[in-house]
Design a protein around this ligand. Structure first.
Ligand code: NAD
Ligand code: GLY
Length: 368
């Protein structure tokens, strides 16, 4: 149940692949009740990482058992390096080891790393089994658990191997954010700011007054209510974008505001940089370019810098530039970026000279 005693349900309208995002505080204890109707069978294969397992796996398993679902679990090491070929292979091997049928359901319990890896494993296990996302970080609740993008990183770059595999359900228990370290909350908050910028000027204004509560400042009730509202606002925005363009033929690229830079910085840091921290830096670069090319009011970037306080990161300039050049959206010598005319007025296909974009990237990093 939410802080208000209610849950919020948002539908991702994708026809036969459509699903609900259910948001509220305390949902983990009711997980079995929510999952049972969307699971093809009774077997649940929970994929999680160590820190999340220690805190939340027993509660999830108890709830599933109460609903007559048989859970088994697979616990991986935490961190971006888990999104690798090696961990994918080990996970698939372990999953196959318990002899699942095609009616099994993979449950991704964790942040974006677990969601992306477990979602990808589900998409290729026995040629595809169901997945339910149970996101436990702010970043995963507001963004990565919704929309069906799954995948792993390779030495050539981030998320370059993966699939679109929509979940059967997203269950976001906002109470679990209470145990999330402050640095992870801040990283996730960059994606919240992204949604406020691309989707919804009133939400951008609301964040000015309530962002601190989303990050944990203030009384418990205020924090809980602010988190539920922020998660719901982002999921509503993402559900709309994904329903309009599931496979990123065109407008889903809007969700990549700042991400061309973020992915390059992550590669340049050897994936030591948190995705959300990279997004915070990437947003400032995208907003600077938006001022220059689309006349965006500099006050928008000043506000984003105030709330996200991004700092240049130590990264390998050559690796970062190479990743930038390989960006999935680049075309011969021209970079294609999402830029902003004003909050709520993004353009998703702005072509700029690659050199200018590279200069912006350079300004975000210090040599490692
Ligand atoms: P993460 O999954 O690495 O989690 C961060 C850390 O928080 C981990 O150590 C984890 O163990 C810990 N943790 C998780 N929940 C916790 C909780 N409730 N309490 C205490 N600790 C907790 O990081 P992330 O920021 O959630 O995800 C980043 C990943 O998401 C990146 O790989 C990024 O590429 C991906 N991503 C994917 C999409 C998508 O659409 N698929 C979108 C955005 C980002
Ligand atoms: N996070 C980008 C997307 O889902 O398309």
């Amino acid at each position: 149940m939410g802080a208000s005693g209610k849950t919020t349900t948002i539908r991702v309208e994708l026809g036969e692949r459509g699903y609900d995002i259910v948001i509220g505080a305390g949902l983990l204890a009711e997980a079995g009740w929510h999952l049972k109707p969307v699971m093809p069978g009774r077997r649940a294969l929970i994929v999680t990482d160590r820190p999340v397992a220690e805190r939340y796996l027993p509660e999830l398993e108890q709830s599933l058992r109460r609903a007559g679902i048989e859970p088994e679990h697979f616990v991986l090491p935490p961190g971006e390096h888990t999104k690798s070929f090696a961990q994918l292979e080990a996970l698939l091997d372990d999953l196959l080891g318990v002899r699942p049928g095609r009616d099994a359901t993979v449950i991704a319990l964790g942040g974006g790393v677990i969601g992306d890896l477990a979602g990808f494993a589900a998409s290729i296990l026995l040629r595809g089994v169901a997945v339910v996302q149970v996101p436990t970080t702010l970043l995963a609740q507001v963004d990565s658990s919704v929309g069906g993008k799954t995948g792993i990183d390779t030495r050539h770059g981030k998320n370059l191997v993966g699939s679109f595999h929509q979940p059967h359900l997203v269950l976001a228990d906002t109470a679990v954010l209470d145990s999330l370290p402050a640095r992870e909350l801040c990283a996730g908050y960059a994606e919240v700011v992204k949604y406020a910028l691309i989707d919804n000027p009133p939400f951008f204004d609301w964040l000015e007054a309530n962002g601190a509560a989303v990050l944990g400042a203030g009384g418990a009730n205020r924090v809980a209510a602010a988190r539920e509202r922020a998660v719901a606002a982002c999921c509503r925005a993402k559900a709309r974008v994904v329903a309009a363009d599931e496979r990123e033929g065109e407008s889903r690229a809007l969700l990549n505001l700042g991400h061309t830079f973020a992915h390059a910085l992550e590669a340049g840091s050897g994936y030591a940089l948190r995705h959300g921290d990279a997004v915070a830096l990437g947003l400032t670069a995208a907003l600077r370019l938006s001022e220059r090319h689309l006349g965006l009011d500099p006050a928008v970037r000043e506000e984003v810098v105030r709330v996200l306080a991004p700092r240049p990161v130590a990264a390998d300039r050559g690796l970062a530039r190479a990743a930038l050049a390989r960006d999935k959206k680049a075309r011969a010598g021209r970079a294609r970026l999402v830029l902003l005319e004003a909050p709520g007025r993004p353009l998703w296909d702005v072509e700029l000279p690659a050199g200018e974009v590279e200069d912006e990237l350079d300004a975000l990093l210090v040599d490692s």
